[in-house]
Design a protein. Structure first.
Length: 157
């Protein structure tokens, strides 16, 4: 590792690996987004919101908890949910026990959309990621991702 001005610059191998990871991440997300748009008319952020809602009790979650689950700013959640409301994928309602809070709920349209999108999403993820790895490599990557997320102070759930 070269050190200049107290900065531990990446060596050639580290730099190559980092760039490969960044390119792979961008390419995977772009491919998933294109396929999801074609299959179900959803964007990746739409899908992320619908996944959280579909896995939540009663298909609803407080806006602040949705923001935390997605690791988005509350304003981003609010703007995105507003766009999804216009397409009847979700609805927003005030919390009866808290006049300041609001719940986001998945609608029947949103449930149908995620049910349409999920099979293609899983097929693409399997084809592009898991079919290229052995079971041991999946375990190793899981352990590596867990360690990196933990080191960065992110939730490791």
């Amino acid at each position: 590792m070269a050190v200049t001005n107290d900065i531990p610059w990446l060596n050639d191998d580290e730099q190559h690996m980092w760039r490969q990871w960044m390119w792979l991440n961008a390419e995977l997300l772009a491919t998933l987004n294109r396929e999801m748009q074609a299959d179900a008319g959803l964007s990746n952020p739409d899908y992320q919101v619908l996944v959280v809602l579909s896995e939540s009790p009663e298909g609803r979650i407080r806006v602040s908890d949705l923001a935390a689950a997605l690791q988005w700013e509350r304003s981003r959640v609010s703007h995105h949910v507003a766009r999804m409301e216009k397409r009847d994928l979700v609805c927003r309602r005030g919390c009866p026990d808290d006049g300041r809070g609001a719940y986001v709920r998945i609608t029947e349209t949103g449930q149908a959309a995620i049910e349409r999108a999920a099979p293609g999403h899983v097929r693409t993820v399997r084809k592009l990621v898991f079919d290229a790895l052995t079971a041991d490599e999946v375990t190793q990557l899981g352990e590596i991702f867990h360690r990196l997320r933990s080191r960065a102070g992110f939730s490791t759930e």
